[in-house]
Design a protein around this ligand. Structure first.
Ligand code: ARG
Length: 460
């Protein structure tokens, strides 16, 4: 039985089962590709006309019809039909309704297989550009906070135990570095996304004299996908994008974990602005860091999308299989989650208030300058392993007296090493410890300021 709505019903003898129709349709989510679908169709049609495959009058009719359809979609008046399966058939049917045979000629030398791969690449390229500018905005926000805290002493942790003093600015700049690599990954993925599948048709290419370079050029692609089977079937570019997104989320999840810890009353290092927190409906005293918690939670969702896409691909023989229709929802959700997270994060950091005193107190509680004392003894001639042992005993002693190393009188310090002198107290302060680490990549305030200045130049 013929279903006149369809682009493919000619060979079928019964209509598709209602549940199957819903199961196989993608229009509910792929309508999001509409603008790019139209863009791709216009470039394809212009090429067909330039090559004499369709007439100039057909091209003019297609352009007129597509302009109207674009307006309908933008204004929300376009009627999406599940019967028409996906974004491609919906738009093509509407075009044909408007301009007749010219609309039916649009699909010459094309398949939905190369069409959808083109649409997704165009969509993703725009997303990458948006993400790159959002990462940049977040980096700028980090730089501002780091600059304000280039001298702020805080404990650096290993194993979540106080390890050595660092500056808060230095700590923040670690995230700047992560985001810099993240931006590099997106820029790199963009080069592979930005290739044209059109011309591959269903899988084997087209028997018409198509000019793929012309279409690539008009759509702003850097070139064409050079194997027709590969062009319609692989989604590695989507997987790369999602992997890069999962890494950004993972970095921000770590940052979030720190904000959650630091804003808890036990740490009390930072206060997150109220607009990023919520209260408890039962415990009146609570202010919960919901946004960082959700960033941490949503990282699981993006990581899941990465696994979904890898799994989607792994069993597919060449070339196109309908499995690939399942690439869209994970991809869309990955991009949405990431863009929202980046935008929120940049602003949330502007609302972070730092309690410098709390940070400093925590440094003093943790024997954070023990390594500096060992280094001091080494500089006076003691082998490092012996210095390590001497300081370990001094720490045990200070612990039993419930005081910091800097609070021990010189006679007591001398019991652990006779090499200790009055000048030892200069290295036992957090500031002394910081100042000594002034090499490239170190935490000395002057170095942190240099790193920030360099970062600002790089960001332009
Ligand atoms: N909706 C399909 C997808 O997302 C479009 C391509 C369909 N191709 C086909 N031969 N059924 O992949």
């Amino acid at each position: 039985m013929q279903d006149k709505n369809k682009g493919w019903s000619g060979r079928f003898s019964e209509p598709v089962d209602a549940l199957v129709k819903r199961y196989t349709a993608s229009v509910t989510f792929d309508k999001r590709l509409a603008e790019f679908d139209i863009q791709g169709s216009l470039a394809h049609a212009a090429m067909l006309a330039a090559q004499g495959i369709i007439g100039q009058d057909d091209l003019a009719a297609i352009e007129r019809g597509m302009a109207e359809i674009r307006d309908e979609i933008r204004s929300g008046s376009f009627e999406w039909l599940l019967d028409l399966e996906d974004v491609h058939l919906n738009i093509e049917k509407r075009l044909t309704d408007k301009v007749g045979d010219a609309g039916k000629r649009l699909h010459t030398a094309r398949s939905r297989n190369d069409q959808v791969a083109t649409d997704v690449r165009l969509w993703l390229r725009a997303k990458v550009d948006e993400i790159l500018s959002l990462i940049r905005a977040l980096q700028l926000s980090i730089l501002d906070l780091a600059e304000a805290h280039a001298d702020t002493v805080m404990p650096g942790f290993t194993h979540l135990q106080v390890a050595q003093p660092v500056t808060f600015g230095h700590h923040l700049m670690a995230y700047f570095e992560m985001l810099k690599r993240d931006a590099g990954r997106f820029a790199d993925a963009r080069r592979r996304i930005n290739r044209l599948p059109l011309g591959a048709a269903a899988l084997a290419g087209s028997g018409y004299p198509v000019d793929r370079e012309m279409v690539a050029h008009s759509l702003g692609f850097d070139g064409v996908c050079e194997n027709s089977l590969d062009a319609v079937s692989d989604r590695d570019f989507a997987i790369e994008f999602t992997a890069a997104a999962a890494l950004v989320m993972t970095h921000l999840s770590r940052f979030s974990e720190e904000l959650i810890l630091w804003s808890s009353p036990r740490f009390g290092f930072v206060d997150i602005a109220d607009r990023y927190c919520t209260g408890s409906s039962i415990m009146p005293q609570k202010k919960n860091p919901d946004v960082p918690e959700l960033v941490r939670g949503k990282t699981g969702r993006v990581n899941g999308h990465l696994v979904a896409l890898l799994t989607l691909m792994k069993g597919q023989p060449l070339a196109y299989n309908k499995d690939n229709q399942e690439d869209k929802e994970p991809l869309f959700d990955t991009a949405d989650t990431l863009t929202d997270t980046l935008a929120i994060y940049a602003d949330m950091l502007r609302g972070v208030k730092v309690d410098k005193e709390a940070m400093r107190r925590a440094v003093l509680e943790g024997f954070a300058t023990a390594t500096d004392l060992a280094d001091y003894l080494v500089k006076k001639g003691l082998p490092f392993r012996d210095a390590h042992e001497a300081v370990a005993r001094a720490v045990r002693h200070a612990e039993s007296k419930d005081c910091d190393l800097a609070d021990l009188p010189l006679e007591e310090l001398k019991q652990f090493s006779a090499l200790a002198d009055e000048d030892v107290y200069a290295v036992l302060t957090p500031e002394g410890s910081l100042a000594s680490r002034r090499h490239l990549g170190g935490t000395a305030p002057e170095r942190v300021r240099q790193a920030i200045a360099k970062a600002r130049t790089e960001l332009g």
